[in-house]
Design a protein around this ligand. Structure first.
Ligand SMILES: Cc1cc2nc3c(=O)[nH]c(=O)nc-3n(C[C@H](O)[C@H](O)[C@H](O)COP(=O)(O)O)c2cc1C
Length: 169
């Protein structure tokens, strides 16, 4: 299959939107990432696919720690900012009112759906990207937050409607 056909298919795949971040102020970097998933609970492990040309890639590898911050519907502008769409780079992407830090120093988004503090334990190159495997050290979550999803070039979210319908049936 050629790349355009592949991309056309993958656009249909709905994905949660996250910011992967690393480093301590004033050397923080971060980027918007949808290619993220959990791998195993024992040990608690996650993986994300990072383009090796992205500014954050080398920093994640150097720091050996990173965070995963799952965005809410209120974070669309943040998702664009960390995707490089506002032409703001590096530490300037981090508003001090929105971000604090985990013990390892990795940035933690205060009102995220959930945030994970990860230790980089493996890197696997694949094509243009690198699979960054992280062991989860700690985490936080917010029960009330509505997650931000991306599908077919659109920002969308989840709905409880189908679940309610199933319960009523
Ligand atoms: C919704 C969305 C999802 C993205 N997912 C990924 C991803 O999974 N992996 C990746 O390497 N880049 C992904 N990107 C692109 C990066 O966010 C973008 O290339 C990067 O932040 C810009 O690079 P810079 O930080 O070097 O300026 C995504 C962008 C958007 C808008």
């Amino acid at each position: 299959m050629n790349a355009p056909s592949f991309l056309q298919l993958m656009r249909r795949h709905p994905a949660a939107v996250n910011i992967i971040a690393t480093g301590k102020a004033p050397h923080r970097t971060g980027m918007t990432v949808s290619a993220f998933m959990s791998v195993s609970a024992e040990p608690p492990t996650v993986v994300c696919a990072i383009n090796r040309n992205a500014f954050s890639y080398a920093h994640m590898a150097d720091n050996q720690v990173f965070s995963v911050n799952t965005l809410t519907v209120d974070h669309i502008e943040l998702a664009k900012l960390f995707a490089g769409q506002a032409k703001v780079s590096g530490d300037e992407r981090f508003d001090p009112l929105r971000w604090d830090q985990f013990e390892s120093g990795s940035p933690c988004l205060r009102d995220a759906v959930m945030s994970l503090e990860c230790r980089l334990i493996q890197q696997v190159d694949q094509g243009t990207h690198c699979l960054m495997v992280g062991e989860v050290i700690s985490g936080r979550y917010s029960d009330l937050a509505m997650p931000l999803l991306y599908r077919d070039g659109q920002w969308v979210t989840t709905t409880q409607d189908l679940i309610k319908t199933a319960e009523q049936a």
